[in-house]
Design a protein around this ligand. Sequence first.
Ligand SMILES: C[S@@+](CC[C@H](N)C(=O)[O-])C[C@H]1O[C@@H](n2cnc3c(N)ncnc32)[C@H](O)[C@@H]1O
Length: 253
Amino acid sequence: MLFDILTIFPELFRSPFEEGILRRAVAAGKIRVNLHNIRDYATDRHRMTDDRPFGGGEGMIMKPEPLAAALDDVQSKGERGRVVLLSPRGERYDQKTAARFAACARLILVCGRYEGVDERIARCCIDEEISIGDYILTGGELGAMVIVDSVARLIPGVLGSEHSARNDTFSRGLLKHPQYTRPREFRGMEVPELLLSGDHAAIERYRFVQSVRETLRRRPDLLAGVRITRTEQKLLQKAGLLEEATAAGMIHE
Ligand SMILES: C[S@@+](CC[C@H](N)C(=O)[O-])C[C@H]1O[C@@H](n2cnc3c(N)ncnc32)[C@H](O)[C@@H]1O
């Protein structure tokens, strides 16, 4: 998958792609990340990418011409990509959107700075606006990194085993079950006995119940519309969680 990132600070992106899973994904050719400096598309002597807002007010606004020229140039090279503007007013980013983006062959991420971009860019050149949360960042770059990171790990072959992405928190609308590693006892706390039993089917059932328990406790809103099988229904009944899970909107098959 190809990611193009339009930014006035391309250097900010060097290290995230030089470590861990993302570095390996780039090396294996599973993802490619092209950085484009918006400033290279500014035509004036000072290569200005911002200007004062019409109507007055605080701060500076990203000028439309360099951004539009950058987008035209990037789109003219290869397959057309889906253009996403990082923007606090956009749709809130979540795992479903990550999965939708992972199905694209090419994603073009536009990072705003200053007080944001000229409205006409949003109207003419952007397919959708995405917010990474209800807070204000100084620029869209961290948001673009969040998107590349979360989308890349959904691309087949990027994680060691595809199983790990399938079982992640949110992939089924459930939070991940609590996890443990060695030592068996830490500061007086024991690892749940069943996890040491080697009975993989029993461990899987136990983890499912723990996932639902965690989700009910921390994020019951996630359970609305989550489908469970008859076997899972019985497991929740036995654990005394079925009524609460049903009230939260879990659907039985
Ligand atoms: C300082 S912010 C502009 C905030 C704008 N003045 C407002 O009040 O909505 C500059 C840029 O950072 C990015 N940004 C800030 N917060 C964001 C968020 N929560 N999600 C995505 N992008 C964000 C956007 O690209 C935005 O254009």
